[in-house]
Ligand binder design. Structure first.
Ligand SMILES: *Cc1c(COP(=O)(O)O)cnc(C)c1O
Length: 379
């Protein structure tokens, strides 16, 4: 039995949780939160980070910060997690879903411009599988039309966008705002967890207020004001120090975690090459403008029927392979609200994509077994 995902423990989690208890501060915004914020600032140059209880929360903060109003339009891929859309739907926005690229599930930037009108407020690229969207194209459109960009970088820690001139920017550092996830299924995890990154300094002050229930409590603790009170809308977006202590242990092992996941990813990639040559599947395509972070190893089957058969066979053989998103534009909640455009590539990824087991403690022999089970399926 090879599960799809297994939580990896670095060994320091309980140590840091005990430390958090010992300093007698378990609510949010304590010393571990500050250490994590510092870690992200040092490693990726993020000027303002705010840990949240989930990426969903970080996206909801982004929608509040952008002051999204009922009837505003937001552009995003249909091939994504519901939270990407929900955050804006909660503020009354209309979602204009954009098709995926022919060669990878990221949003096709070439389709954006005809969808922009006077009600359009924001573009939300999703870096699927830690593979960047075409950020040069997105940022140019945002500049030209005065739109905000919120990167859904939930899956994108430690991956980079490569600009046409060769410079590299960490995913999550380019949009006005960005959201990361530390959910159990992500590379770095605290069970549930997330982070808002504020790259546009205009949002930094208000982000702290929204984070702290609409109060200026952060400024109070920082000594900038002598009393705190209710100054804006907000909610309780900050995680407990217990959770953040766990996260800090994971961050300290980031390089080891990434190196190991990358090794697994490359093993799959080599192992499955013959199946691609035989026409049974397609392996992930990484565009020249992106790195990837071994967040996911997926394959594309030739049809829904082929995928159903392969998934059934893998399941029978005890391999926890799974499909992924069901297109949001045809979901029970949004289908009637969608503007009716057909999104053929989104639907194709919905029908044909399979994610294979990929987690730190996966053994080389288990990856070989996945390959052998696939080989037997096509024999
Ligand atoms: C995981 C994920 C989310 C949600 O993250 P949570 O931390 O579970 O709220 C949002 N968007 C994408 C693309 C994701 O993969």
């Amino acid at each position: 039995m090879i599960p799809f995902n297994k939580l990896h423990l670095t060994g320091k989690e309980l140590h840091y949780i005990q430390e958090a208890i010992a300093v007698n501060h378990l609510s949010g915004n304590g010393s571990f939160t500050k250490r994590c914020h510092q870690y992200f600032q040092d490693r990726y140059g993020f000027a303002h980070c705010l840990l949240t209880t989930s990426c969903t929360d970080a996206l909801e903060m982004a929608a509040i910060l952008l002051d999204i109003q009922p009837g505003d339009e937001v552009l995003m891929p249909s091939y994504t997690f519901v939270s990407t859309a929900n955050a804006f739907v909660l503020r009354g926005a209309i979602i204009r879903f954009v098709d995926s690229c022919p060669d990878h599930p990221g949003m096709d930037v070439g389709l954006l411009e005809p969808l922009i009108n006077e009600r359009t407020r924001a573009i939300v690229p999703v870096h699927y599988a830690g593979v960047a969207c075409d950020m040069a194209g997105i940022m140019a459109l945002a500049d030209q039309y005065g739109l905000f960009v919120v990167e859904d970088a939930a899956q994108a820690i430690e991956s980079y966008y490569i600009w046409p001139d060769g410079r590299r920017s960490p995913l999550g550092s380019m949009g006005h705002l960005a959201a990361f996830s530390f959910h159990e299924t992500k590379n770095i995890s605290s069970g549930e967890g997330g982070m808002l990154v504020v790259n546009d300094a205009r949002f930094a002050h208000r982000a702290e207020i929204i984070w702290e229930k609409g109060t200026n409590r952060s400024a109070f603790w920082g000594g900038e004001v002598d009393k705190y009170g209710w100054v804006d809308m907000g909610s309780s977006f900050l995680p407990s120090e217990l959770i953040v202590a766990f996260l800090f242990a994971q961050l300290e092992s980031l390089e080891d975690i990434q190196a190991t996941r990358m090794r697994h990813w490359n093993q799959y990639h080599d192992l499955l090459a013959p199946f691609e040559q035989q026409g049974h599947l397609r392996r992930p395509y990484i565009p020249a403008y992106s790195t990837h972070n071994a967040h996911m190893y997926y394959v594309l089957c030739s049809s829904l029927e082929a995928r159903t058969a392969l998934l059934a066979h893998l399941k029978e053989q005890g391999i926890g392979a799974v499909f992924h998103y069901i297109s949001l534009h045809s979901s029970p909640y949004y289908a009637a609200r969608h503007d009716g455009r057909v999104l053929p590539h989104t639907d194709r990824y919905t029908d044909t994509l399979i994610r294979l087991p990929l987690f730190y403690d996966l053994h080389d022999a288990e990856i070989d077994e996945v390959g052998a089970v696939m080989a037997a399926h096509w024999q």
